[in-house]
Design a protein around this ligand. Structure first.
Ligand code: AHM
Length: 336
């Protein structure tokens, strides 16, 4: 009997996917639902961010006598705790924390996955009501199940991710995630408090009309990058005119736009910071996996992001990511 209802919630969708694979254990589905739950909690607090002046500043006590935590610390705790209480995650690494956190209870020791996340990317934008996001990557652990997870479980190439995604807290809140079966986007319906499938089987258009980069750093970029940016402002190969430039300074929103509409996002190395700003494990790898799964490309200017062998948890990496055709155009200026 088929149920004739158009809208699927995140929970229903993951369970439906599971039904198609009777041999699956359901651990990944459960983990994705846990992340969705943490995202909903963070969303509630992000929506109240403008009230911080009347509720109390971070690090103080608010009018209800509660301790007010910085939103990124709050988000970090939500994602960490939901994964710790779930059945699928053996440990986490977070952009907010210096080292990995190993979950040492019996269920977690037997869990299959580790998760790396940036709990609130672009948090510098909170004060001015600009979209911010959470980014996550899920890896199958390489250490033996039944033991404590270790750093080698985390220092894996991005290509080993089994799922990756992001939540954008914006004009509406969306969760988008990729597995090897494709990329799907869910919009939070506040009336029922559920993420609902709104963007099934997302494909990144081969070309778009927008390039996204911090122009303030122009004179600090390598010549190849400068040449490409200059070409974007002239007669480009795609539409015969200049591309439009858009840069919010909140990666989740900038890459989300490039994924849906087509486009290219760049955070190149600069003369003073040759590795750029973005973190390989928490920002570059999850987006590279997701955008590749959607048909786009992601490189560090030399090799695919997903082939970079990490050596430390918090390492930075230049990032060029987006529509396949635009990435190929970039590569004619900035040789791989
Ligand atoms: P954060 O880790 O302090 O939140 O910074 C990450 C953000 C990205 O979301 C964004 O793409 C980038 O920083 C913007 O940096 P810049 O202001 O140097 O262009």
């Amino acid at each position: 009997m088929s149920i004739d209802r158009k809208i699927l919630t995140l929970d229903e969708f993951t369970i439906q996917q599971l039904r198609a694979f009777p041999q699956a254990t359901g651990e990944l589905s459960s983990l994705l639902r846990d992340l969705g739950l943490a995202a909903k909690r963070v969303n509630v607090e992000v929506n109240k961010a403008g009230l911080v002046d009347i509720l109390g500043d971070a690090g103080t006590t608010n009018v209800q006598g509660e301790d007010v935590k910085k939103l990124d610390v709050f988000a970090n705790n939500q994602f960490m705790k939901v994964l710790q209480h779930g059945i699928s995650c053996a440990g986490i690494a977070s952009e907010e924390l210096d080292d990995i956190v190993v979950f040492d209870d019996e269920i977690s020791k037997n869990a299959k996955y580790v998760v790396m996340f940036d709990p609130l990317d672009g948090s510098g934008n909170i004060d001015v009501n600009i979209s911010i996001g959470t980014i996550f990557g899920v890896y199958r652990r390489v250490s033996e199940r039944g033991t404590l997870c270790s750093k080698e479980d985390f220092l894996q190439q991005g290509r080993n991710q089994v799922a990756a995604g992001y939540i954008v807290y914006g004009s509406s809140t969306m969760m988008v995630y990729a597995t090897k079966r494709g990329v799907n986007g869910f919009t939070l319906d506040p009336s029922i408090g559920e993420f609902c499938l709104s963007h099934p089987d997302i494909k990144c258009p081969d070309f778009g009309n927008i390039y996204s980069v911090n122009h303030g750093n122009f004179f600090r970029y390598e010549k190849g990058v400068q040449d490409y940016i200059t070409a974007c402002q002239k007669k480009n190969k795609t539409n015969g005119g200049p591309y439009t430039q858009r840069y919010i300074g909140s990666m989740v929103a900038d890459v989300h736009r490039s994924l849906i509409k087509g486009g290219i996002f760049m955070y190149p190395g600069t003369t003073d910071k040759p590795k750029g700003k973005l973190r390989l494990m928490y920002e570059c790898n999850p987006f590279a996996y997701l955008v590749e799964m959607a048909g786009g490309k992601a490189t560090n200017g030399k090799i695919p992001i997903l082939d970079v062998q990490p050596t430390e948890l918090h390492q930075r990496e230049p990032l060029f990511i987006g529509s396949k055709g635009m990435m190929e155009e970039l590569e004619t200026y900035h040789k791989l």
